[in-house]
Design a protein around this ligand. Structure first.
Ligand code: SF4
Length: 92
């Protein structure tokens, strides 16, 4: 089974009132920000038409990869979603 097929079974409760991951404003992406484009397993990070890294956190599986890569460098701000929001994993 492909990872994408397994991810499809998860369910998300999107908290539109409070985004749980933010990317710091930038003109050109730093090394850590560029790494997030390929490191996020849910492909939440993308380049916009200005060449800046953006996040759409709706499909985030809260794995913490981007937190390790981008938080220490100050490139992103990472918080868990509020209670009742975020991902619900389906096992089996
Ligand atoms: Fe992607 Fe994981 Fe970061 Fe969520 S926590 S945006 S899934 S790298």
């Amino acid at each position: 089974v492909r990872v994408e097929d397994k991810l499809y079974q998860n369910r998300y409760q999107v908290d539109s009132g409070k985004v749980h991951i933010k990317v710091r404003e930038h003109d050109k992406p730093s090394g850590p920000l560029r790494a997030l484009l390929t490191a996020c397993p849910a492909r939440c990070y993308e380049l916009n038409d200005k060449g800046q890294v953006e996040i759409t956190a709706d499909g985030c599986i809260e794995c913490g990869t981007c937190r390790i890569i981008g938080e220490a460098s100050g490139d992103i701000e990472w918080n868990y979603p509020r209670g009742g929001y975020g991902i619900s994993f389906k096992f089996g």
